[in-house]
Write a protein that binds this ligand. Structure first.
Ligand code: NAP
Length: 249
């Protein structure tokens, strides 16, 4: 999606490349990137906390979430950390989060980003469920949201667990709600992305619940990262086509 966007924007000298890095080489590699001509990097599992820790400065979002998915560099080597997962989620919703109620499933890295984003956007209630309840309780205390031990109706349901990534058949055994209970929500966001619909997305579609899938969230956070590096508006449709492998608009 970034390559498609750079071509669309006519940024001919720019490239976006994949750089697999083991954790023990992460800091050394990142510190070498500015001098090698990189203006920034996206960072994913398992490096998001380490990315924040090594940065010289950070946005309030990255600092509050405790993780960064976007780094920006100056040629002199200054490293600035941001978290575009949070605003990316808000941008993908079908309506403003202000005044809405939300149930977040999962209290890992993305659960933290989503809970923080919804609270920051003025949601009326943000409840977090997690398989290991003590992790939800810790998140709730740190971010000023609410930990719950079961599911309840809300405007928004966000799946921030990795359930459904590999085996869709076990989804409803591993989460605290049934397929029919999806009708209790106006919108489902499933951060998990895979080829084809996840079991959650399919069940929500069947019940005519609005859905936002993981690929859309990926596109939105990527668009915000691209904007911070290039200073120009990201071509969302082009990035979406690139990510989904559909013919360009
Ligand atoms: P993480 O920090 O490793 O957290 C994993 C979460 O999943 C924890 O809440 C964990 O619960 C829960 N979990 C794992 N297996 C489970 C099971 N069998 N039953 C119930 N809960 C289970 O991972 P993350 O970074 O938050 O990512 C979570 C998912 O979101 C991944 O699939 C990732 O690919 C996806 N994601 C997508 C985007 C996007 O742009 N679309 C962005 C970020 C993440 P415990 O605490 O009990 O272990």
């Amino acid at each position: 999606m970034h390559t498609a966007a750079l071509a669309h924007l006519g940024l001919d000298g720019w490239t976006y490349q994949r750089l697999p890095v083991p954790p023990d080489l992460f800091e050394e590699t990142v510190r070498a990137l500015p001098a090698a001509g990189f203006v920034g990097a996206n960072v994913t599992i398992p490096h998001k906390e380490a990315a924040l820790a090594l940065a010289d400065t950070a946005t309030p979002a990255a600092a509050a979430i405790g993780a960064a998915n976007t780094l920006s560099f100056t040629p002199e080597g200054h490293i600035h950390a941001d978290n575009t997962d949070a605003p990316g989620l808000i941008a993908a919703l079908p309506w403003p989060a202000t005044g809405r109620t939300a149930l977040v499933l999962g209290a890992g890295g993305s659960g933290r980003a989503v809970a923080w984003a919804l609270k920051d956007a003025g949601a009326a209630d943000v409840a977090v469920w997690n398989r290991s309840p003590e992790r939800a309780a810790r998140l709730a205390e740190e971010l000023g949201v609410r930990a719950v031990t079961g599911a309840h109706a809300a405007d928004l349901l966000v799946n921030c667990t990795s359930v459904g990534l590999t085996d869709v058949s076990t989804t409803f055994k591993e989460l605290p709600l049934s397929a029919d209970a999806l009708a209790d929500f106006s919108c489902l966001v499933d951060l998990v992305y895979r080829d084809g619909d996840t079991a959650l997305i399919a069940a929500a579609r069947d019940r005519e619940v609005a859905v936002v899938d993981g690929l859309e969230i990926l596109v939105r956070q990527g668009a915000l990262s691209l904007e911070s590096w290039t200073g120009v508006q990201a071509p969302i449709d082009t990035m979406r086509d690139g990510a989904r492998g559909t013919p360009p608009h």
